[in-house]
Design a protein. Structure first.
Length: 135
């Protein structure tokens, strides 16, 4: 999708047993997850992704994994703060259109995440439908 931030969390590994364990833990917590297989090169092993999408799911999943993270802890904490901020607004779709955009705080978190991931050259835009409806 174009415009806006679409946060997600992915655990990737070539060992399906590890991905299955992550899946089982998140399912016990009531977190909906999606597993997919990637095989981009016949010389490599399959890679398995266990992915969480959606603010409420991310909130629960991040609380569960953050105490155990070492290498991605700053990214996870920044994502958690972003998700927490969005959830604090309630159902975004029920807000007046002018209030659905990102706050300066949320934009700063988005830019921080992009910088941590080495994607700081990508622009962050308000979703096109919001721009059209507010102008």
């Amino acid at each position: 999708p174009r415009g806006g931030a679409h946060p997600y969390l992915t655990v990737t590994n070539t060992n399906l047993k590890i991905i299955q364990k992550v899946y089982d833990i998140w399912k016990k917590l009531g977190v909906g997850v999606r597993i997919q297989t990637r095989n981009s090169n016949s010389k490599w092993n399959n890679a398995y992704d266990c992915q969480v999408i959606g603010y409420k799911r991310l909130y629960t999943a991040l609380i569960a994994i953050m105490p155990y993270l070492i290498g991605k802890d700053e990214e996870a904490l920044t994502l958690f703060r972003f998700v927490e901020s969005r959830l604090s607004k309630g159902n975004i779709n029920k807000l007046p259109v002018k209030d659905r955009g990102y706050s300066n705080y949320e934009l700063s978190l988005i830019y921080k995440l992009k910088n941590l991931k080495g994607r700081n050259n990508l622009p962050v835009q308000e979703p096109q439908r919001l721009i059209r409806e507010t102008t």
